[in-house]
Design a protein around this ligand. Structure first.
Ligand SMILES: Nc1ncnc2c1ncn2[C@@H]1O[C@H](COP(=O)(O)OP(=O)(O)O)[C@@H](O)[C@H]1O
Ligand SMILES: N[C@@H](CCOP(=O)(O)O)C(=O)O
Length: 323
């Protein structure tokens, strides 16, 4: 269910007219997605995705939308928010903040191979490099400060062994954040949620090409290594156990490194950042699970998945070596 607000053809046409994209020939609600109302819009000029933001406000959205525009302008395949005659890319539809972006072709790759992981690693590095001169700043709102605030809220709902693990991990990450090596890590705008369902591939099986990254609404300024770690924890694991698939992980990191060479600190801290990535999503899933938002229509993701991932990352730290 991802049409929380019904958009009529007339509503869609009014926006499309402001953007000069021609008559709307089709309008179709998108069934998946959990946060926003999404529609596919076809006009004589192309295919687009209309998003009505159900929780993010007009004040919060410019960081994300302008980041997408910035990256698209530098050749990174991300949805490009369409501007009106005044250059505005944040619009209003049915009283909600809204954006119209181009539709990426293809579909999700939910059983990725080395081939897919290599492409994600390469494009992630290109995206980080392309974001270096992005002028707006917003921290990763699901970063360390949020973990420090949220872990105490979720621990009363956890059993003793899980509580011990999450508290120990938080202490470890707090200590790490104060070290010179961590503070020297390269940083900039990161996606921070680049899971399998936020990337598109198109093409014949075995020959698929990455056609885009989307869903930038957890983006923020953080370490590049954190973004890579989030990808490794999703794209390069055996989902039932959380175990790392070293072939896929090596392919992703090597492809990243070929575009944007990892520093000595990044190489050393990769295992710690993979733990950070697991802690981040374990915490948010626990929070969604135990403290569901009022009137929320989403089915919370399973928090125990990221508990398993974290236990794996702590028990079996993985170092990648060049060459
Ligand atoms: N720019 C896009 N191009 C193609 N499909 C898109 C695009 N944006 C969203 N979608 C489709 O809409 C679905 C829901 O989008 P998503 O951003 O995950 O929604 P939500 O923010 O509600 O979680 C995606 O799984 C994808 O199939
Ligand atoms: N990837 C996160 C959930 C973020 O929600 P999204 O559907 O908007 O990407 C998780 O798996 O916990």
């Amino acid at each position: 269910m991802a049409v929380f607000t019904e958009v009529s053809l007339a509503d869609a046409q009014a926006l499309v007219d402001r953007l000069g994209l021609g008559p709307v020939t089709a309008l179709r609600g998108i069934a998946s997605g959990i946060e926003n109302t999404n529609y596919f819009v076809t006009t004589e000029r192309g295919e687009w995705v209309l998003t009505l933001f159900e929780r993010l406000t007009h004040a919060q959205l410019p960081f994300y939308l302008h980041l997408m525009k910035h990256l698209a302008g530098r050749g990174i395949p991300v949805p490009d928010p369409q501007a009106d005659a005044t250059g505005e890319i944040l619009h209003t539809v049915c009283g909600k903040p809204a954006a119209l972006v181009d539709r990426l072709s293809g579909g999700h790759q939910l059983a990725p191979s080395v081939w897919h992981c290599r492409q994600v690693g390469q494009m992630l590095a290109r995206m980080h490099l392309a974001g270096r001169d992005y002028p707006r700043h917003q921290p990763n709102l699901r970063g360390l400060d949020w973990w420090i605030e949220t872990v105490p809220v979720v621990v009363p709902h956890m059993d003793e062994s899980a509580r011990q693990l999450i508290e120990d991990e938080l202490a470890f990450q707090r200590h790490l954040a104060d070290t010179a090596g961590y503070q020297a890590l390269p940083r900039g705008p990161v996606h921070a949620d680049l899971f399998r369902d936020n990337v598109m591939f198109d093409g014949l099986p075995g020959h698929e090409k990455l056609t885009g990254f989307f869903d930038f609404y957890f983006a923020g300024v953080d370490t590049w290594l954190f973004d890579l770690a989030v990808c490794l924890n999703d794209w390069c694991i055996d989902l039932p156990t959380g175990r790392l698939d070293e072939d896929r992980a090596s392919a992703m990191v090597a492809a990243y490194d070929a575009e944007c060479p990892l520093s000595a600190d990044e190489l050393r801290l990769l295992p710690a950042m993979m733990r950070a990535g697991a802690l981040r999503f374990w915490t948010s899933r626990l929070w969604d699970f135990h403290l569901p938002r009022e009137a929320s229509m989403l089915k919370p993701h399973d928090p125990t998945h990221f508990e398993r991932v974290l236990r794996e990352r702590v028990a079996n730290p993985w170092h990648w070596m060049r060459g």
